[in-house]
Write a protein that binds this ligand. Structure first.
Ligand code: NDP
Length: 791
């Protein structure tokens, strides 16, 4: 073949990356890979092993140890032993370790990239240029957090021993996302890679050994879902960080309920890719290639739902198909291919099944006409157009190279379609009108939004979802906070058992003249069941009655809160004014509230007045933070910015603790309101009257109807309805340990964010435990909006 003939033909030649070194690494472990525990490699105690395969050829790659309960015990024990000394190192010493790991990754980048490609099937182009460099960047960035952490997170401590369970789609990058912040913050780790893709984690273990990381700081136990569930349930672990499917995320939420373990879940997605008529069409088409055919579409934040404006839909899809014709699928070690192999035949079968379901439901199928290798797990780039918004293909996460497309007419319709998903991980918005793009960015329900871009990631910018895409953020300052616990809560001791209900000792002469109603949608409302509950003083004298709220009342309150979305859209200044005014009105009635507190709790007059004064101060503090607890602007390594916006979580239920009936109520509700949430609060069960008296304060202030709703009754009963309600986005439960357990266990339906005190008693008068970021952080979720600029 002459050189000139290449110009006629313009076909690609093979450009294979050498796998010699990677095969040598595998050959060194021909006897089988072992777990990495306490700084050394050890066989599984039970002796069980499993095989891992090369998706591109179907050939076996290696044999690995399958972690059992004894292995997990050993790893947790090693991590526990190492945690104290690791946390005691100075930030600078930990920074040096993380820096050494970053350098190690860079020095072995090519080997890591090739091993990853062999094990996962993804193109070498991606592992070499994206996965491994981003992983190194993660260690560099977090070496920095270790260095400055003592000052930047002076009010925090490491969580302790962290269990980390990661998926197969970005095996090494997910390891970096989890391990780097955990270590920077002073935690030690027990990590389980995915069964299909453990090899780069084990190679990393070798690098840790070579870099002199102290034994026990990182422990890697290989195995399957069963090994993962042993980690999730292990009593010696303080936090679980999980990335994977929503189904397994739910199981982990249930397994950890009531255990006091911190939890972050990064789950599935079905992210919209929205193209407006005025978009740069060529740019948007290249964006789609990156959104859905990057990593074979096995990406949690893949732009898998194309929403294209009707006027350009026909030409856009025609041009997209033309672009699809040029995509190349083939051996992932070939540097010139666009898409490699699907991770496993099981996943290939799932993709195929979901595509067939899409066609059966009426979608039109177009597949890129590229030749596929004769063997191995390959699937062509696929487009399902004309799908119905409610169809399986439009709703289910396919996790493969399959794009579904729909059309919209107006920006409002685009937002409606985009948000018509149980997921909320990411969104990509294409328009040359920046005002429109940013307006849509604010309206889509997603943790990450890319404007005229897609699939941008950086160690300094938070990543994570809303709705059933999970909770918590990875990356940046917000990601670090997930691996820290506030010092302000360290002093908490178990709440003493509630005194048994007092024996009724008669009626207080002036107290029983009225039954306090509920407060729903800005009005006092009778409880649906028309029952009331007696309220006793601590001496057993009945001092009043409150409505006994039921399931129906909670539903009404949630509906009212849902409607009050004007509060979430109000300006921070506006919310601050309303909160200041609440404080002012409470101050005008300070003596009345103090007398009520004394009647309910037998607090001395001075103590009762102090509680009222502290509550006024709390309201002022929330008002102050309304326009000060703001987001940040990240400057990632690209020309542009990533805005970390603090968005309200939505409708939040609050179960107030029995103690400090006014101060705890205000301390919990006020920061939520300040950040723009709408609240359904259940006041202290034994002492609800200062919350019901608060109605008058609310009625004379400017809190809009439905922004704050109050339902009195049994915390235990109302907790069930709140936790199971799919329109409640978050639930805070302060009170009995069993209450926290129940809230966490029942919150899995829509995977609501929960905040519980795990039965520990908070000192509500201590601002370090109850004021500022400690609660505000839970009252917002960070939305990262990437805005690249330049032509
Ligand atoms: P999983 O959620 O099952 O896997 C994620 C990790 O969790 C793996 O390490 C897995 O182990 C482990 N695991 C499995 N079961 C349990 C359990 N009961 N307790 C604790 N850990 C457990 O995802 P799959 O790999 O099975 O993929 C299934 C589907 O999930 C995919 O088709 C895709 O749709 C979606 N997915 C989404 C991801 C995301 O990032 N959003 C990532 C991966 C998958 P092991 O795999 O080793 O058995």
């Amino acid at each position: 073949m002459s050189v000139a003939s290449y110009f006629d033909d313009m076909s690609y030649g093979a450009a294979p990356e050498s796998d010699t070194e990677a095969r040598a690494f595998l050959a060194r472990h021909a006897g089988g890979f072992r777990h990495f525990i306490n700084g050394g490699f050890v066989a599984s105690k039970g002796g069980e092993t499993f095989e891992t395969f090369e998706p591109a050829t179907g050939r076996a790659l290696a044999r690995l140890a399958k972690g059992d309960a004894a292995d997990v015990d050993a790893a947790v024990a090693a991590a526990r032993k190492a945690q104290g000394p690791w946390a005691k190192l100075s930030g600078h010493q930990r920074a040096r370790h993380l820096y050494a790991l970053a350098r190690m990754i860079q020095r072995h980048a090519r080997l890591l990239a090739v091993v990853e490609t062999l094990d996962n099937g993804k193109p070498i182009r991606e592992t070499r240029d994206i996965d491994i460099p981003l992983a190194a960047r993660h260690f560099y960035h977090h070496a920095g957090w270790a260095q400055v952490g003592e000052r930047e997170f002076a009010d925090h401590l490491p969580v302790g021993v962290v269990g980390q369970i990661i998926p197969w789609n970005f095996p090494f990058l997910m390891l970096a996302w989890k391990v780097a912040p955990a270590l920077a913050a002073g935690n030690t780790v027990v990590l389980k890679p995915a069964e299909y893709t453990s090899l780069t984690a084990l190679l990393f273990a070798e690098l840790c050994e070579a870099a002199g990381l102290p034994p026990g700081v990182i422990n890697i136990v290989t195995g399957d879902g069963e090994t993962g569930s042993l980690i999730a349930a292990h009593a010696g672990i303080d936090k679980i960080a999980f990335t994977g499917s929503t189904e397994v995320g739910r199981l982990i939420r249930q397994a950890t309920a009531g255990s006091g373990k911190a939890l972050t879940l990064e789950l599935g997605g079905k992210s919209p890719f929205i193209v407006f008529e005025d978009a740069d069409i060529d740019g948007a088409i290249e964006g789609i290639v990156d959104a859905i055919w990057f990593n074979q579409g096995e990406v949690c934040c893949a732009g898998s739902r194309l929403l294209v404006q009707e006027g350009i839909a026909e030409t856009f899809l025609a041009r997209l198909k033309r672009r699809m014709e040029t995509l190349r699928v083939g051996p992932p070690l070939d540097k010139c291919i666009d898409m490699g192999a699907i991770v496993d035949p099981v996943q290939l079968e799932r993709i195929d099944r979901l595509v067939k379901a899409g066609v059966a439901e009426g979608a039109s199928l177009y597949q890129a006409p590229c030749p596929l290798p004769a063997s191995g797990c390959f699937y062509p780039p696929t487009l399902l157009s004309g799908v119905q918004p409610a169809s399986t293909a439009a709703q289910e996460e396919i996790f493969g190279p399959v794009l579904v497309s729909m059309t919209f007419r107006t920006p409002d319709e685009a937002v409606m379609l985009a948000n018509n998903s149980r997921y909320g991980l990411a969104a990509s918005i294409w328009s040359e009108t920046i005002g429109l793009a940013l307006d849509i960015a604010a309206k889509v329900q997603a943790g990450v939004v890319w404007v005229n871009a897609t699939n941008l990631f950086d160690a300094g910018a938070g990543f994570g979802g809303v709705k059933e895409s999970g909770f918590g953020r990875e990356g940046g300052r917000e990601g670090m906070l997930e691996y820290l616990k506030p010092k302000g809560w360290e002093k908490r001791k178990p709440r003493p058992a509630a005194a048994s209900a007092p024996n009724p000792a008669g009626f207080a002469p002036a107290g029983v003249d009225r039954t306090a109603k509920l407060f729903i949608g800005g009005k006092q409302a009778r409880p649906d069941g028309n029952y009331s509950l007696p309220v006793y003083s601590s001496k057993g004298v009945q001092i009043g009655e409150v409505g006994e709220g039921s399931r129906k009342d909670i539903r009404n309150a949630v509906e009212a809160a849902r409607k009050a979305d004007g509060w979430s859209k109000a300006s921070a200044h506006n919310r601050a004014q309303v909160l200041y005014y609440l404080g002012e009105n409470l101050s005008a009635r300070a003596d009345e509230f103090a007398a009520r507190l004394t009647a309910m709790t037998s607090a001395s007059a001075a103590k009762a007045l102090a509680e009222v004064e502290a509550s006024i101060s709390r309201l002022f503090s929330a008002a102050a933070y309304a326009d000060k607890y703001e987001g940040r602007v990240h400057v990632p390594p690209l020309r542009g910015v990533a805005l970390a916006l603090h968005e309200p979580v939505g409708v939040v239920g609050v179960l107030c603790p029995p103690e400090a009936p006014l101060l705890a109520f205000v301390s919990l509700v006020a920061p939520l309101l300040a950040m723009g949430n709408r609240v359904v609060a259940v006041p202290s069960e034994p002492h609800p009257l200062s919350a019901t008296d608060f109605y008058q304060v609310l009625e004379t202030s400017d809190v809009p109807a439905g922004a704050l709703n109050i339902v009195t009754g049994s915390a235990e009963t109302l907790a069930t309805t709140l936790a199971e309600h799919d329109d409640v986005d978050a639930l805070w439960a302060f009170g009995a340990k069993a209450l926290g357990e129940k809230v966490e266990r029942l919150s899995t339906g829509n995977l609501k964010r929960t905040l519980t005190d795990n039965g520990l008693l908070t000192d509500w008068h201590d601002p370090a435990a109850t004021e500022g970021e400690i609660l505000l952080r839970h009252a917002v979720q960070v939305k990262t909006v990437w805005i690249p600029y330049g032509e």
